[in-house]
Ligand binder design. Sequence first.
Ligand code: F6P
Length: 558
Amino acid sequence: MTAPVDPTSTSAWAELEAHRASFSPDLRGWFAADPDRAERLSLPLADLHVDLSKNLVTDDILASLVRLAEQTGVAERFAAMLEGTHINTTENRAVLHTALRRPAGATPALAVDGQDVDADVHAVLDKVSAFAERVRGGDWRGVTGKRVTHVVNIGIGGSDLGPVMVYEALKPYADAGIEARFISNIDPTDLAQKVADLDAETTLFIVASKTFTTLETLTNARLARDWLWSQLAGKGAIADDDAARTDAVAHHFVAVSTALDKVADFGIDPENAFGFWDWVGGRYSVDSAIGTSLAIVLGPAVFRELLEGFHAVDEHVRTTPLTRNVPVLMGLLNVWYTNFLGAQSHAVLPYAQQLHRFAAYLQQLTMESNGKSVRWDGTPVTTDTGEVFWGEPGTNGQHAFYQLIHQGTRLIPADFIAFANPAYPLQDGGRDVHGLFLANFLAQTKALAFGKTADEVEAEGTTGPLVAARTFAGNRPTTSIFAPALTPAVLGQLIALYEHIVFTQGVVWGINSFDQWGVELGKQLALQIAPAIEGDKAALEAQDPSTKALLAYYRAHR
Ligand code: F6P
């Protein structure tokens, strides 16, 4: 195992400390002094145009950040990941989500731990595509012979957030008359409401779980199976016996998992299961068979276009020098804000309603990856790590929390994401509504960067204490990510961009961005507390006083 470099021991870190000591951000001044700043700091990333110019960095700071990447081995670590080194040290696994989007026939072929990775990836992709075509074309039918109209993905975390987000983003591409729904929460409300108006005869469930042990998913899968049986038997569509129930499951349940034996135990024919591998982290799995619901609803061609988008960014990361490597630079900017300017959170603000689940998706990607206090060799981290990622689509956010970003006391770096062309080009009285929408994106990034001085406020006729209230300090950092349109390829590029930003930060901090031990304790305790909820005295007695009191409240109110 390569030992992590302590970033605070590098000369680049010392340079950055020195920059911070004399730091006086002045975006107005920097733009005035350097008319080329916008052009110089705007970089292409496949179809994306990424404008870094409104970030709180000078060329010297950027150069020190790039040196930090060099001195902590970012490029070497990327290379190690891409070639299948076991960089997920705590689970002794390779990290190969990038292999999921390598084109067929890519050279040199990727073989890792004796596995022909390319062949396996494409075999599953072909199997998913063929299955998707059967469902889309009406070749795959429910137990009573009806076509599938609804696909319900049952999964949680990485087995849910990616598919939901992509489905919402690419809904305009859903062309087969099949709707997708997603059940994740073990709160029975989720399932009850999502199936309430469905017809069991035309519903296909996909149980998506990397491990096929996740309590929420398996519980929901069983509830869904019961619902299917009772609905079908209730209307006399199947007989009320085991053979009919088995047949119904065969027609209405498929699975996605790395644990195909457990899929079989659940009663799903392994023929109707789509595999992936332990080297795909859950939050990095939307481009694996976990995307089966997407391949069905959007079509295999759209799914493959999404993968091409991911791959274009992988290639950018692999081949572009650090000084122009967009994901690396964005990761380094996050390090600058987190470790030198005290930022604790990072907003992601898409000016696209279709991306309304993007921040939720990124929350798992970023925070499950980089919310760590120990490094990949088990030693404590030497700096603050993972920021809180959050966001909402503009302009909704403008009318909610932007106040704090503009005038609050905290530094909140923000990524703005926008598209030149809308999915729905509607006009309001002859006026292009999308243009108005984008004017807001441009206005917000401008206001955040350049603010409004007291003199400017007074020049508009404001006097007295109101002047301070109406003044905007500016120097609030933003990155603008612009693309021609939200196509499948562009969406793949956006996701891969953030995957690699996360990785860059993780390498600088010396952490393993691919395990998630922090979710285990709560899972374990839930299993211990469940009997207490059901009234088991010994389990109740074993609890701490606060938990006991809460259990008493629960029992008193049932
Ligand atoms: O929340 C923990 C976690 O393990 C995530 O990393 C994962 O995406 C999710 O649970 C679901 O796991 P699985 O796909 O194995 O059901």
